[in-house]
Design a binder for this molecule. Structure first.
Ligand SMILES: *Cc1c(COP(=O)(O)O)cnc(C)c1O
Ligand SMILES: [Zn+2]
Length: 427
């Protein structure tokens, strides 16, 4: 595995982050821009020295913090003064009590939508990128980069612009126009690769190992252990917004599976810190049928995930070889949850259902979670009498193509009262 060290990492100041540790063999490494264990090639993650002491005091400190992910800085691999640096201050998005949707789905308990379309570049990716930017600064990287299914490219472009870093991001050449424009508008380099996401990702891994990639921080490759921790903030926010309470069930989309695994890590930390009561919760993973390797493995009872070639309108989730797939399977099974998938048609229906009931226009990934929620309730897998949180991780304006063919004006008329009457629109 290539190991890059730009700055000396001995003096790296990233708050409570103490070391990197291997998720497979537990070996520990100094904080640095590395992502795989040198002994067993397992993925590395951050090991913390989390705050000790009175949970009440920590809760008060968090509540007094900024209305962004930085209120949780004591639990993240970032310097203590992070909120004062130029960044996009993502997070603290709305947790919407979705009573209308609950009625439609036959949910008798409380149903919430965690709406991450409210982030600065309109997807959950701003959370993970904000953490990666701090790591890039700490390690002295001058170019911020990524392989992206779309949303990440925009989030990296915007965050780099604000932080004063150069950016050069890589996307599959055939993405939705909304995502291409959003990735390009912040002024960094945007490179379309002739191939799917998995090909883009392989290319980036090669570039990291080559002198051509020197000084480059790839947020989801060599900075991945830091980047991934940003997803914990979804768990923190959901619990805080529920009044420091765990939900009973959470439905989370799966691309690489990173977000799902780190939401579980975040919930476990809140329990360990005494910030929420230790009660069981179930985690459900959601995929599109056209890219459902984790769902297929879950249903077959397998521990390994067999890669697939994606073919779905849910392009932000179209990772055919999900790095965290096996960990997702562990979590779904350990918590008593499940992994399920829905067709493209069900995704479109679910986008419209959420829009019609709650006034939330989700991107295709939100259609996947709402669609899977509906399917799991109908199958009796998800308990409709409990407190359930469904994630919407992106904005429908970025995936207009998904709904445009089946959405449009109710009528087109001449500007006259007669024409209006004839159209049958009056009460
Ligand atoms: C990236 C992304 C996800 C989750 O990705 P993971 O790789 O599983 O962490 C979910 N929704 C949207 C809209 C995304 O862009
Ligand atoms: Zn290892």
């Amino acid at each position: 595995m290539p190991v890059q060290t730009i700055a000396s990492t001995a003096s790296v100041e990233l708050g409570p982050a103490a070391a990197l540790s291997c998720r497979e063999c537990g070996e520990r490494f100094d904080l640095g821009p590395i992502f795989a264990c040198t002994s067993c090639f397992g993925p590395l993650e951050i090991a913390y020295e989390l705050p000790q002491g009175d949970p009440e005091e920590l809760r008060r400190r968090i509540e007094a913090g900024p209305e962004s992910i930085w209120r949780y800085a004591p639990l993240l691999p970032v310097p203590a003064d992070v909120a004062g640096k130029p960044n996009l201050n993502p997070g603290f998005t709305k947790l919407v009590k979705a009573d209308n949707l609950a009625r439609e789905l036959g949910v008798t308990g409380e149903l919430f939508v965690k709406d991450d379309s409210g982030n600065p570049t309109h997807s959950f990716k701003d959370r993970v990128v904000a953490i990666a930017v701090e790591a890039a600064r700490a390690f002295g990287f001058t170019t911020l980069s990524c392989s992206s299914t779309g949303n990440l490219a925009g989030a990296v472009g915007a965050a780099a612009a604000r932080a004063g870093l150069r950016s050069c991001v890589f996307i599959p050449h055939d993405l939705e126009q909304g995502k291409v424009v959003m990735a390009a508008v912040y002024g960094g380099e945007l490179v379309g690769i002739e191939g799917n996401y998995d090909a883009v990702n392989r290319f980036c891994s090669e570039l990291i190992g080559d002198p051509l990639g020197e000084g480059w921080g790839f947020v989801n490759v060599n900075l991945r252990p830091y980047y991934a921790e940003g997803s914990k903030t979804l768990a923190y926010e959901i619990c805080e917004q529920l009044g420091w309470r765990l939900p009973d069930q959470i439905v989370i989309p799966i691309a690489s599976g990173s977000q799902l695994t780190k939401i579980d890590k975040g919930l476990q930390e809140l329990i360990a810190l005494g910030l929420v009561e230790d009660r069981p919760y179930k985690i459900f993973g959601a995929q599109a049928e056209g890219c459902s390797p984790v769902s297929a493995a879950f249903k077959a009872g397998h521990d390994v995930v067999r890669p697939v070639k994606p073919d779905t309108i849910a392009k932000s989730l179209a990772i055919g070889n999900p790095a965290d797939g096996p960990y997702v399977l562990d979590i779904a099974r350990r918590t008593g949850g499940a992994v399920e998938d829905v067709t493209d048609e069900q995704i479109v229906d679910a986008i419209k259902l959420l829009a019609r009931t709650e006034g939330i226009f989700a991107e295709t990934a939100g259609g996947v979670t709402v669609g899977v929620t509906r399917k799991l309730i109908e199958a009796g897998v998800l308990d409709p009498s409990l407190t359930t949180v469904v994630l919407n991780t992106g904005d429908g304006l970025k995936t207009l193509d998904a709904v445009a063919p089946t959405t449009g004006p109710t009528a087109t008329i001449r500007p006259s009262l007669d024409a209006f009457r004839d159209a049958g629109l009056a009460l």
